[in-house]
Structure formats: C-alpha cells, structure tokens
Design a protein around this ligand. Structure first.
Ligand code: UDP
Length: 350
C-alpha cells in the first residue's frame, strides 16, 4: 500500500508514519516543517519505503502529484496549537481551509480514499457530560482567533462531507481530543509537554486561569492504530468519529500529578489568561468525548491513563534534553516513577 501522510513530520503524523511503515506500507510525507520537524522522522529517512517531501498543502500542484502517486491519504497537515493560531490567524485560516480543499480536490480527481483529521475544538464551548458526533457546536465570536480555528476545521468537515455526497469521495473524518505523547512540543501552547518541561527544569508550572478547566487527554499510541483502522473500514466513509481519552482531569490536578510523577521541586503558578496568550484567546471549561461510535466501528478503547502519558512525555523530553543539552534537568530531584510499564523518568538519561 502506498500511503501519503500530509503533516507526517508533525507529532501525530510522524507516529502514524512509523506505524504504517511497521505495517508494511510505503509512506510519503508531505510537510512544510512549520510545526513539524525533521527530527521526528530522522530515523526513517534511510528507509527505502519512506519518502519525505518538504512542501505545503497550499501548493496544489505538489498535492496533486503526491496524491496521484498514492493509494490513500491521511490528511493531518494543519496549523495547530492555540498559541500559533492566535498569533498567526491568517496563515492558520489559509492553511486549514485552502490547504484542505486542495487535498480534497486531488483525492477526488484521483479517486483516493482519505482520512481527514479534525478536532474536538469544533464543539467549542459545549460543556456536555459527553460530546457525541451529533453534539452542537457552540463557538464564540468569529473575531476571536481561537474560534476561527474551530470554524475553519468545521468548514473542512463540511467540505469533506459535501465532496462525499456530491462526488462520491471516499472520506472519513476523525475528531481528535487532546492527543499527547512523545515528540509533541510545548512551543505552540500544548499543556502537557509545556508543564512536563517546566517540571523537569524546576520552573513553576504555569496553569492558566483558575486551573479548574478540564480535558480528557489521549495517548498518541492509542490514537494512531485507530486512524489506520478507521480508513480501512468502508462503513466509516461519509462519517465523523470522536477519538479521545477516557478520563477527565482538571489542569491544576494535571500539574500536581506531573510534579509528583517527575519528583520535581517545582511549584504551581496560576497565570491569568490575559497574561498567557495574545488577544483572541478564550478558553473552554470542559471537553469530554463520547467514544462509543468509534468503539462500535473499530473497537476503539483509549487504554493509556494519564500517569503513563505523563511518564512517557517526561521520558522523551528527558532523553531529548540530554541529547540536545538544551535544558537543565534537575536530575537529582527526579525520583523513580511507580507507573507500571515504564522505566523511571530519570533512567532515560542513562
Ligand atoms: N494551559 C495551561 N498552561 C499551559 C498551557 C495550557 O494551563 O502552559 C491550559 C489551557 O488554557 C487549556 C488547557 O491547558 O485550558 C489545555 O490547553 P491546550 O492548549 O493543550 O489544549 P486545548 O486548549 O486546545 O484543549
């Protein structure tokens, strides 16, 4: 199988590429390295079944060429990360709307099956106990960049659905809820790598607002096989599926758990939202997925708990730090983690 992964040098895309190569696919990655990095795919560059093409999904000619040479497409390329979105709203809108349109066009032209990665952001401020795929979207002002990201992703879904309805494009949509794991960077605002990095450096953990907002974090290792199974299931076509974590946790509790598991001497610092982000940011208090549709389709169950996720992220940051020598890790403060199935965080340095 020849598979194209747009955004394949990013956090989720690079894990997906690893998974697909392990399944025997030939993998082509299209990535403009805006938030992705060569480091994420460096271990695959010598593999003859792996091809990296540096370029943008906004370049329709490139997209058409690469789609024509593939049997199927995973479209993960997007402007992501709250910080990036609110600081660069125009680029984000263009990438997320026009870039997706060019992928949809090419997949229609060459009759390729497509998996479109969407996001739980599209539910906006809906604080339901359990968001299912039919749940209403409650968005704030269109002039706030955060909501324009949610709107753009919503348009992508509507576009995909219309291509399916009108042109018979084989497309399935997944809505990812706070996927985390190794290789995710805190640079664009993502809370888990950000707080784990702060804990490892002995800095205060910056918890925005009152910290009582909640999320259900899912582990990239649980999500990637699900992406592959969804695109391989014909009854998924023309539909959207939530893929999220099983347990709800507040950000303040997350921070406390991170300090505990890394053995850090850090404290927690509450930061008012207005000091955390540029104008155009508004938080959502709660976001809880109903995964039952994906469970019925492919047996999806998010198995990895938050403790294991924290340890995996800490392990990865710790090894990277010792390689890059770019952060001062409080090695002596780190204590052995008791989380089953993982080496103690500190051992990753040796
Ligand atoms: N957050 C935080 N400290 C940080 C980064 C994020 O308290 O250093 C908060 C953020 O305000 C939000 C939650 O953590 O309430 C999740 O943020 P993230 O950007 O990871 O995901 P999203 O908001 O898209 O769910």
């Amino acid at each position: 199988m020849r598979t194209l992964v747009t955004g394949g040098a990013g956090f989720i895309g690079s894990h997906l590429s690893d998974y697909l190569l392990a399944q025997g696919d030939q993998v082509t990655v299209l990535d403009d390295l805006s938030t992705g990095s060569v480091q994420n795919i460096a271990h695959n560059l010598m593999d003859p079944r792996f091809h990296f093409h540096e370029g943008s999904i906004l370049d329709a000619e490139t997209v058409h060429t690469l789609v024509s040479g593939a049997d199927r497409v995973f479209h993960l390329a997007a402007a992501v990360g709250v910080k990036l979105i609110v600081e660069h709203p125009l680029t984000s809108l263009r990438t997320n709307i026009h870039g997706t349109e060019s992928v949809l066009d090419a997949c229609t032209a060459y009759k390729r099956t497509l998996l479109l990665a969407s996001t739980s952001e599209i539910y906006g401020k809906n604080e339901a106990d359990s968001l299912n795929e039919e749940s209403d979207r409650i968005l704030g002002s269109a002039l706030k960049s955060r909501w324009s990201y949610a709107a753009a992703k919503g348009i992508d879904e509507s576009f995909a659905h219309a291509y399916w309805q009108e042109f018979g494009l084989e497309v399935a949509i997944v809505r990812l809820f706070n996927t985390v794991g190794p290789r995710q960077t805190g640079r664009y605002g993502m809370v888990v790598p950000n707080l784990v990095g702060q804990a490892l450096r002995g800095e205060p953990l910056t918890v925005f607002g009152d910290g009582h907002q909640t999320r259900c974090f899912s582990y990239v290792g649980d999500i990637v096989p699900a992406l592959s199974r969804v695109i391989e299931t014909p009854s998924a076509l023309g539909q959207a599926f939530n893929l999220g974590g099983a347990h709800e946790i507040s950000i303040i509790d997350l921070a406390a758990r991170i300090i505990d598991l890394t053995g850090s001497t850090s404290t927690i610092k509450l930061v008012p939202y207005e000091n955390a982000y540029a104008a155009g940011y508004e938080d959502m208090r709660r976001r809880v997925p109903d995964n039952s549709k994906a469970n019925a389709l492919i047996g999806f169950v998010p198995r990895t708990g938050i403790d294991e996720i924290i340890v995996a992220v800490a392990d990865a940051l710790f090894s990277k730090a010792s390689l890059d020598n770019d952060i001062m890790v409080q090695a002596s403060a780190l204590r052995a983690s008791t989380v089953a199935g993982h080496e103690p965080v500190a051992s990753a340095a040796h």
